[in-house]
Design a protein. Structure first.
Length: 159
């Protein structure tokens, strides 16, 4: 596994800093840095503070914030934007906009694990607008989308 350093600054005294739950985990658990419990009603969202700011030693990475699979599957709790992005140059408090798409209220408690942070490499694109009369390089697929490559059936998985 590749490693790099990330400096952390605790911004709230009660904050639990992110941590890997196992030696080979891809994501670090994020903990709610709340003063008191927060109840998310079905169909609502709120920003949950994590209580720290960070500075990766490299500028070619980003922190992606994902749901914890158990909370998302069982209760419908996940980041409201599906995946949060923490840019390498962001130095503010890490926050997660958490949504409840489930059918029951959920009370998030101070210090509770509620999301996960994964660092990934970032490629920056150099964009080039093509001129009038030029075309994009052709592919077999072309401009087909939204199911244009056919449907998938369970029988295809076994072949």
């Amino acid at each position: 596994m590749n490693h790099f350093s990330v400096s952390l600054q605790r911004l709230r005294p009660s904050a639990v800093l992110p941590a890997y739950a196992s030696e080979e985990a891809a994501g670090m658990d994020l903990f709610a840095a709340l003063e008191e419990p927060v109840t998310l009603l079905p169909g609502t969202r709120t920003r949950i503070p994590c209580g720290f700011a960070m500075a990766p030693e490299r500028n070619d990475v980003a922190g992606l914030i994902f749901a914890r699979s158990g909370l998302a599957h069982k209760l419908g709790l996940a980041p409201s934007n599906a995946v949060g992005v923490v840019d390498a140059d962001y130095r503010g408090e890490v926050m997660v906009s958490l949504a409840n798409s489930g059918s029951e209220p959920y009370t998030l408690r101070p210090g509770e694990r509620f999301a996960q942070l994964v660092f990934v490499p970032v490629l920056r694109a150099d964009l080039r607008e093509i001129g009038e009369g030029e075309t994009l390089n052709p592919t077999e697929r072309g401009s087909g989308g939204f199911g244009s490559t056919g449907s998938f059936s369970p029988e295809q998985a076994s072949t």
